[in-house]
Design a protein around this ligand. Structure first.
Ligand code: FMN
Length: 217
């Protein structure tokens, strides 16, 4: 499907048909897109919790009460829900894993190239840690690139989706032991197929005008 058409027709689904499931193969394809998401210096500072069965979705819905209760049915009636998490600190262990992965993928012609890559990463990480002083923000920005990529991918595959930032961070962190894992919860993303009663499917898109957001220089 045409990219612009998908951008115009994909929308935030507010109500799902709980009887409809995404074919496994197609969902696996979405996960591959997620894995291939780009990130600054290929830092991949993320971890994703994938919920498919009712019990797993219930665990996520524990964080969707009180002011976030309006988001609970989206998760519970979805076909699949993904919790996007971010590594709050970039550890030496994480950097080692990346380097080992780059090497096994065959990206280094020799030791000098490997050393250069290692030093570039360490340089950027130290810059965000020390000079900018907010490496968590930089790391989480990368996770949201993955979110954007998945929203478009779902649209291209004819799958409805909902990004959800409204959830209780403390509850979800406890439920999945995120602190112990060095993770923070960034965003939820539900997938499935819209219910006939989804009011949002019938509303027109609303975006600021071109002249408000573009400056041609
Ligand atoms: C990071 C992020 C968090 C969002 N959180 C919620 C949410 O908690 N609940 C919800 O119903 N929609 C949520 N949305 C959907 C936005 O309201 C929606 O994307 C925006 O209004 C544009 O509409 P569209 O996606 O239909 O084009 C979120 C979107 C993003 C990108």
């Amino acid at each position: 499907m045409d990219l612009l058409k998908v951008s115009k027709t994909r929308y935030t689904t507010k109500a799902y048909d709980p009887s409809k499931k995404i074919p496994q193969e197609q969902f696996e394809k979405l996960l591959q897109v997620l894995r291939l998401a780009p990130s600054s210096i290929n830092i991949q500072p993320w971890h994703f919790f994938i919920a498919e069965d009712a019990a797993a979705k219930q665990r996520i819905a524990k964080a969707l009460t009180e002011q976030y209760a309006y988001n609970a049915p989206k998760v519970l009636d979805s076909s699949h829900t993904i919790l996007f998490c971010t590594k709050v600190d970039i550890t030496e262990d994480h950097l080692d894993q990346l380097l080992a992965q780059d090497e096994s993928a065959g990206r280094f012609k020799g030791d000098a190239a490997k050393e250069a890559q290692k030093n570039t990463r360490i340089g950027y990480v130290n810059y965000y840690k020390n000079e900018k002083g907010d490496i968590g923000r930089w790391a989480e920005n990368q996770t949201f690139i993955a979110l954007g990529q998945m929203l478009l991918a779902a649209g291209l595959e004819g799958i409805d989706a909902t990004p959800i930032g409204g959830f209780n961070e403390e509850v979800i962190s406890q439920e999945f032991g995120l602190k112990e894992k060095g993770l923070i919860p960034s965003v939820l993303l539900t997938f499935g197929y819209r219910s006939e009663n989804d009011f949002n499917a019938k509303l027109p898109k609303s975006r600021l005008k071109e002249e408000q957001i573009f400056t041609k220089i």
